[in-house]
Write a protein that binds this ligand. Structure first.
Ligand code: ADP
Ligand code: ADP
Length: 229
């Protein structure tokens, strides 16, 4: 479960990126976070993955008080959450298989177990036939599917996706949301997806948390969204 209790984040330059955020996301939910540029979406993600700490309030993820983690514990914490970005970030000199396996090797998992899980993940993201391809040989949609595969390889309870469709055309964007829906169902992963694509949010209706100027201005089941940036 994700629980933000009265969270505020002010950067050193005085910008109030988030103000008094109270938010609860249950295990297994699929939630959109939407809002215009500068509304605090990335800051929210950074608080969840331990990159930033709140000035006030508490950020609790799976019973861990993320804002209070010692620096040395942050990498260990991050192994239990998957993060996906707009710009894929695959390792260019490794194949798709190796990129996904690498995420498991650092966990000291056995070789046979790693191969089994990588194959399972490749099936889930529908990239079995691209296992030996390098990222540069894949389309954008395929690269993002590989990135998602890498992020979920370790069975994280939470997958955070920051504008995962930002570099993709509408057709490929739909594929990505459908893949995230599948992961949500098959692996029971909690999904927090930041987007400003109102078409997607209105097509695949889910709980939608809208931010404006650092505040939650709406939080609706099957939300939908009207505004564009
Ligand atoms: P969004 O992801 O919705 O575009 P951000 O969380 O990136 O919003 O930004 C919220 C506000 O905080 C903006 O005014 C932005 O300029 C500011 N901001 C973001 N990161 C920093 C930072 N590292 N230092 C100072 N100000 C920042
Ligand atoms: P997808 O629907 O998976 O995003 P596309 O329809 O864009 O794939 O691409 C079809 C095929 O063309 C893919 O199998 C991919 O390997 C190849 N391809 C697409 N874009 C590129 C690229 N920039 N470089 C190399 N191969 C590409």
């Amino acid at each position: 479960m994700i629980h933000l209790k009265n969270v505020s984040k002010t950067y050193k330059n005085g910008v109030h990126a988030l103000r008094n955020i109270d938010l609860q996301i249950e295990d297994g939910e699929f939630v959109y976070v939407i809002g215009p540029t500068g509304s605090g979406k990335s800051t929210l993600i950074k608080l969840l993955d331990g990159e930033e700490v709140p000035n006030e309030g508490q950020v609790i993820v799976n019973d861990i008080n993320v804002g209070k983690l010692r620096h040395s514990r942050v990498p260990v914490y991050r192994r239990n959450i998957g993060v996906v970005f707009q710009d894929f970030r695959l390792l260019p000199k490794m194949t798709v298989f190796e990129n996904i396996a690498f995420a498991l090797e650092i966990l000291a998992m056995g070789k046979i177990e790693i191969r089994r899980r990588v194959r399972e993940v490749l099936d889930l993201v529908d990239l079995r036939d691209k296992a030996k391809a390098f990222p540069s040989e894949l389309s954008g949609g395929q690269q993002q599917r590989a990135t998602i595969g890498r992020a979920i390889a370790n069975h994280p309870k939470v997958l955070i996706a920051d504008e995962p469709t930002g570099n993709l055309d509408p057709e490929k964007s739909k594929e990505i949301v459908e893949l995230l829906e599948k992961i949500n169902e098959v692996e029971n992963t909690t999904i927090v997806m930041v987007t400003h694509d109102s078409d997607l949010v209105n097509t695949y209706k889910k709980r939608t948390i809208a931010l404006e100027e650092g505040c939650i201005v709406s939080d609706l089941m099957e939300g939908g969204y009207l505004k564009h940036d």
